[in-house]
Design a protein around this ligand. Structure first.
Ligand code: GLY
Ligand code: MN
Ligand code: MN
Length: 450
């Protein structure tokens, strides 16, 4: 079994242990047309990958449990020499059994007809309702048909459960394999930023810097970006998810670069904000130092048992101090926090879970209370201050947007910053930027194993 890794068996076992007798269905995302006969790049479904490692489009997994009996079925694109000539090889049914450990595999074209048999007389159906409305309709039609055959002694499942109740928890506290993949994604992401630091020059198009960071991701093995790169020069940085990247990086401006490599279905997610010409101005430095201090306070607050809300609060208190120091807000810090007066300048939360999805699954609240952190969780820590060009903002601050983001693993004794080592303090950044554009003269093919 070349591809089969024990991790998928282990994860399926956990899922089987959690589920009641019945049938669980997981389907791939559809392939979306882009234009003409071109398709959007296919990205496997995270839950399907988590449980099977099977990443081909037009596929589905079915898990069947009856007491101790457990069956894993894969529905896949059948081998097709002509299609494979055009778009590459497929595992086919044989490969699905041999390489992915399926007990049975069938052509995806038989999925609906076989599902009727699989669901017959089953007490419980597991389906991520709402995710694939077409699939919901088809599956519910099958369930209704089965219930209509009661006189023939046939029954369909009466209980329906969303398997994400389990999966969001299972994916929130990562196993060793997923942590390894996230570490790799973080390493590649960090390398992309190292290239960007050395490549940036005044006058450069935002897209060119985007290309540099993504070039470095790709050549280091990234499968794709984990989200659209944000490369925001000057006031563009005050738009939180600015992805147009069609402006210029100007002398005297900062650039906010927020990017992530995805590899082995795991995401990195880093933001650095740095001066295009290599030197922070006084006012840029003042804002930057506050954001940096807020990030340090939040990272310091991360440990098992601390809550997500406490991590957010640690950063918020520093940011509000900063807003007072910068004469954006007046009054007592506690009141400014209570009234939300800071929100025009810090309008998002401190971070998000990170894993297979860049905004990974997992609850943030349990029974209405902020979730306590546990070893094995990974979160981003990304405070920011954003000053749009508005009357309420002191003139020298207008058009400054600063975010600093790192990825942090909760460990049994505290935390480990997975993106550690990337320049972040003012001095570190000015040092790495000391020779603007140096990268262009230095970039070489990576050393390859011969
Ligand atoms: N890049 C999106 C985020 O940081 O959440
Ligand atoms: Mn980000
Ligand atoms: Mn993020």
């Amino acid at each position: 079994m070349a591809v089969l890794s024990k991790v998928y068996v282990k994860r399926r076992t956990r899922f089987f242990d959690w589920m009641q007798d019945g049938v669980a269905v997981f389907a791939s995302w559809p392939v979306y047309p882009r234009n003409g006969d071109v398709e959007h790049p296919y990205r496997p479904d995270s839950d399907l990958h988590f449980l099977t490692g099977f990443d081909e489009p037009e596929s589905a997994a079915v898990l069947v449990k009856k007491g101790q009996e457990r069956r894993f079925l894969l529905f896949v694109r059948p081998r097709d020499p002509e299609m494979e000539t055009w778009v590459g090889s497929r595992a086919g049914e044989e490969g699905a059994v041999r390489d992915f450990g399926a007990d049975e595999a069938h052509p995806i074209g038989e999925f609906e007809s076989r599902l009727g048999d699989l669901l017959t007389n089953q007490p419980c159906l597991y389906l991520s309702f709402g995710l694939h409305p077409d699939l919901d309709r088809k599956v519910l039609a099958i369930v209704e048909r089965l219930k209509g055959e009661a006189r023939r002694g046939i029954c369909g499942p009466f209980r329906m459960i969303d398997p994400r109740e389990f999966l969001r928890q299972a994916r929130l506290v990562k196993d060793r394999e997923e942590i390894g993949a996230v570490e790799k994604a973080c390493d590649i992401t960090r390398a992309g930023f190292e290239a960007a630091f050395r490549a940036v020059m005044p006058g450069m198009p935002e897209r060119e810097l985007q290309a540099v960071v993504e070039f470095e991701f790709r050549r280091r093995g990234a499968d794709r970006v984990s989200f659209e790169t944000i490369c925001a020069g000057g006031a563009h940085a005050t738009t939180l998810h600015y992805i147009r990247n069609d402006g210029l990086l100007r002398d005297g401006d900062l650039v906010l670069l927020d990017a992530g490599a995805e590899v082995a279905m795991a995401s990195g997610d880093i933001t650095r904000t740095f001066p295009v010409n290599g030197r922070f101005s006084r006012v840029q430095r003042r804002v930057y130092e506050w954001v940096l201090q807020a990030q340090a306070a939040a990272i310091e607050a991360i440990r098992p048992g601390a809550t997500y809300a406490q991590v957010h609060q640690a950063a918020l208190e520093v940011l509000v101090e900063g807003l007072r120091d910068l004469k954006v807000l007046r009054g007592k810090t506690s009141e400014l926090i209570e009234t939300g007066a800071y929100r025009p300048y810090f309008m998002h939360r401190i971070g998000h879970w990170l894993g297979m999805d860049v905004h990974d699954v997992g609850p943030y609240f349990v029974d209405g209370a902020s979730i306590p952190l546990q070893a094995g969780m990974v979160m981003t820590v990304e405070p920011g201050l954003y000053f749009a060009d508005r009357q309420d903002v002191p003139r020298p601050l207008r058009g400054i947007g600063i975010r600093i983001e790192d990825d942090v693993l909760v460990t049994p004794r505290g935390r480990r910053v997975l993106t550690e080592g990337l320049p972040k303090t003012v001095d570190e950044i000015e040092k790495v930027l000391a020779r603007p554009g140096a990268w262009w003269g230095e970039v070489r093919p990576l050393a390859r194993e011969s």
